[in-house]
Design a protein around this ligand. Structure first.
Ligand code: ATP
Ligand code: MG
Ligand code: MG
Ligand code: MG
Length: 469
């Protein structure tokens, strides 16, 4: 069996042999982009290279990039435990060309790697192209010999990538693996494409235009390539699994969670073990990259992820802190590829343990309050915004944690009531401050508070209370 570590090495080695510089993953906290919460793709560390603002002494690179998608534009937190293919933390394998090779080579590299090096059967693969990209369509036919029905033209923004409102942009082409008709789901572009039968493994972005502020789109003199393949997804395919959580790496973490709680990894707590395994990775890597739990910004997202994991451990029935005990299993599996994990191991364990100890009492009390408040409620009922806010304010329950807890009973939350309760409390705090005679300081304080308040709720708008684990 090819382990996750073997599969990563094969990828980087393949591109190294083809003239690419092997570059380390950049940290999860982006250095060059204050608007981005976490690094969420391989190209993030190369943004300025693509725009020409920064020069490197290589024009081809390959990476295995640490990514977190739990907050901001890409938020997969709610998908964890529900789909076979989403994590909050994952590795994105990528190859990049900075004005060097373009479409033809990119398609050729991708096809050769997956069918020759990795040995995937061609008849299980299909691809998408942007509907107007006849060039890519023709290249897939020529290079891979794919028939027309296996090259799907997609007219949506799913297959057109842009860096922002202006800057480099272009069509993309995605490679999908067909896991077979025992699994529900249709091919990309079909009505049931959200199913898990056809899984997107690799996205090739062809940066060929520059979007100008005046709305014009001009051809880039030297087009570039940016690709991203989910390591866990390709590992699932190569290990003959459908589900990312069944690969050697995730399985080891699920088993560690089961062992530490003396439960069956595949028993009734299976979903909780999956959530714990996923959240263990995102929290540990975030701490290793310098994020600490707090009530604002990045630290708040970290805290929310930690607390969600802790509620799942509580559901499994543990009384004492447990999550920190799983860190050695993670370090064993990933410390080789990511030495920062080894260096930060003590800090990660300590942080998880403290957070778990601190939250334990509040978790117990909050859950008791929630039980009382929902006593006698039946399916379809709604928890008042005031109670949800009290749980947040007094017991430190992020709104999504409360939603998570109510989901099995199909009870919703009055989210707008929650927001008004929050606004009301802010207004009260403001009133209490007025008259202290330090107008300037005050203003700054509330500015920060408002701004952080906004950051804190990043993602809540996009979160669907119904869709929580
Ligand atoms: P999906 O449509 O499945 O959510 P995506 O189109 O959002 O994926 P991209 O932004 O194209 O993903 O990222 C490139 C690759 O990274 C994907 O093809 C996939 O293999 C992987 N990937 C994306 N999101 C996740 C995730 N949350 N967990 C694991 N792998 C992911
Ligand atoms: Mg996605
Ligand atoms: Mg997609
Ligand atoms: Mg994609």
């Amino acid at each position: 069996m090819q382990t996750v570590n073997d599969i990563r090495t094969t990828f980087l080695e393949f591109f190294r042999k083809n003239g690419h510089e092997v570059v380390s993953s950049s940290p999860l906290v982006p250095r060059n982009d204050p608007t981005l919460m976490f690094t969420n793709a391989g190209m993030v560390q190369f943004k300025n290279v693509f725009t020409g603002q920064e020069q490197r002494d290589y024009s081809r690179a390959t990476t295995s990039q640490k990514c977190v998608r739990a907050g901001g534009k890409h938020n997969d937190l709610e998908n964890v435990g529900h789909t076979a293919r989403h994590h909050t933390f994952f590795e994105m394998l990528g190859n990049f060309s900075f004005g060097d090779y373009f479409k033809e080579n990119a398609i050729e590299f991708a096809w050769n790697l997956i069918t020759r090096e990795y040995g995937l059967p061609a008849d299980k693969l299909l691809v998408t192209v942007y509907h107007t990209d006849d060039e890519a369509h023709g290249l897939w036919k020529k290079i891979a010999g794919l028939t027309d029905d296996r090259i799907i033209r997609i007219p949506t923004s799913d297959n057109f990538w842009s860096m922002g409102d202006t800057g480099p942009c272009g069509p993309c082409s995605e490679i999908f693996f067909d896991h077979g008709d025992k699994i529900w789901g249709g091919p990309p572009g079909s009505a049931d494409e959200d199913g898990d039968r056809f899984i997107e493994i690799w996205n090739l972005v062809f940066m060929q235009y520059e979007q100008m502020a005046n709305g014009e789109r001009v051809n880039l003199p030297k087009p570039s390539i940016d690709t991203g393949m989910g390591l866990e997804r390709i590992a699932a395919v190569l290990q003959g699994k459908h589900d990312n959580y069944d690969i050697d790496l995730m399985r080891a973490l699920i088993e560690a969670s089961a062992d530490a709680t003396s439960t069956d990894p595949d028993g009734p707590h299976n979903v909780s073990h999956r959530v714990v395994a996923d959240h263990l990775r995102s929290t540990s890597f975030l701490i290793a990259d310098g994020v600490l739990p707090s009530n604002a910004g990045r630290g708040n997202v970290l805290r929310r992820i930690m607390r969600r994991a802790m509620r799942h451990l509580h559901m499994i029935g543990t009384q004492d802190p447990v999550m920190y005990k799983l860190v050695p299993a993670l370090v064993r599996k990933m410390g080789g590829a990511f030495p920062e994990l080894v260096r930060a191991q003590a800090l990660i364990e300590e942080t998880l343990k403290l957070e778990e100890q601190g939250f334990k009492t509040m978790l117990d009390r909050g859950l008791k309050m929630l039980d009382d408040a929902t006593d006698g409620m039946t399916e379809g009922a709604t928890l008042s915004g005031d109670v949800a806010f009290k749980l947040y304010d007094t017991y430190g329950f992020p709104l999504d944690l409360t939603a998570d807890a109510l989901k099995p009973r199909k009870i919703g939350i009055d989210e707008s009531g929650f927001t008004s309760a929050m606004e009301e409390q802010k207004a009260k705090a403001r009133a209490a401050w007025s008259g202290s005679g330090e107008a300037a300081t005050e203003e700054v304080w509330f500015d920060i508070n408002d701004r952080d308040g906004a950051t804190e709720f990043l993602g809540y708008e996009t979160e669907n209370a119904e869709g929580v684990v």
